[in-house]
Design a protein around this ligand. Structure first.
Ligand code: ZN
Length: 274
């Protein structure tokens, strides 16, 4: 019975993502399938394993300055409280990676968020950082990682990985997230959903919801000119369609907020540069 359910859901998931049905419907079908196939507990187990792999094989190093870590966690926590209204029981874990040349941030199943110091330096104000964190939280709320992994590796492989029986997949995933290769490929529908959720969460706590829009614009302008790796840009192409959709969404939903927090981020960037 469970096998049949798995097969049906798998089919629904892949059909939903490959046929041309409406974006919202597609995202919801995928989210439901992901929720049934992978439990919160399994997501947590996966996230923990990816974290270990990032630390041991990918050799990520965390920022040691407690002021920087506390700052990022404070900004994130306000947004994550909003995200928890859409998906309860996520126990967020925010990690700051010490790599000023890498402009990147990502989320893994289980509510693990990672942000690089390179992204802090690339942002002009706190609202932009908040926009990125809100977007990544949106991926967790939408269970996008679980969906993308199931499409990329197959349901069985992902479930085995959660059970600790597929070290190879965990290693591949960690390498693609932290390395210079392509990250986990989310569908366009998932990216749109994460953009919208991120704008909602940041606006709800008073940030200017356009933070993500201005950050996209800045990265696009810097592409090819900045030393270092704009990895977040490679997994988040700022097409004009994307930027105009987000701008329209913000105005149609009446999302407001004026807090930019440029001074607060500037002080932290100084500490990061030291
Ligand atoms: Zn994304």
């Amino acid at each position: 019975m469970q096998r049949i359910l798995l097969a049906v859901l798998g089919l629904t998931l892949s059909m939903g993502l490959t046929t041309g049905c409406a974006t919202i419907k597609r995202a919801n079908v995928g989210r439901t399938a992901a929720a049934i196939l992978i439990s919160d507990e399994q997501e947590e187990q996966l996230g923990r394993q990816v974290k270990q792999e990032l630390e041991t094989k990918e050799k990520i190093k965390y920022v040691e300055d407690p002021a920087v870590v506390e700052y990022v966690r404070n900004v994130s926590t306000r947004i994550l409280q909003q995200a928890n209204k859409d998906r309860k029981n996520v126990k967020w874990k925010v990690n700051v990676i010490d790599d000023p040349k890498m402009v990147n941030a990502f989320a893994t199943p289980g509510g693990y968020l990672y942000v690089y110091t390179g992204l802090l330096l690339a942002a002009d104000n706190e609202a932009e950082l908040a926009g990125v964190m809100g977007h990544e939280a949106g991926h967790v709320v939408g269970r996008h990682s679980a969906q993308a992994m199931m499409l990329q590796y197959g349901e069985q492989a992902v479930i085995e990985a959660a059970l600790g029986k597929n070290a190879n997949m965990v290693a591949q995933l960690a390498a693609s997230l932290a390395g210079t290769g392509a990250g986990l490929a989310f569908s366009r529908g998932n990216e749109t959903e994460a953009d919208e959720l991120g704008a909602r969460y940041t606006s709800a706590v008073g940030y200017a919801p356009q933070g993500l829009v201005t950050f996209f614009g800045k990265l696009a302008a810097q592409e090819g000119q900045t030393p270092g790796v704009l990895k977040w840009l490679s997994t988040h192409p700022p097409s004009s369609e994307r930027v105009s959709h987000l701008t329209t969404y913000i105005s149609q939903k009446g999302l407001t907020g004026s807090d930019l927090g440029a001074d607060r981020l500037a002080a932290i960037k100084q500490r990061v540069r030291k």
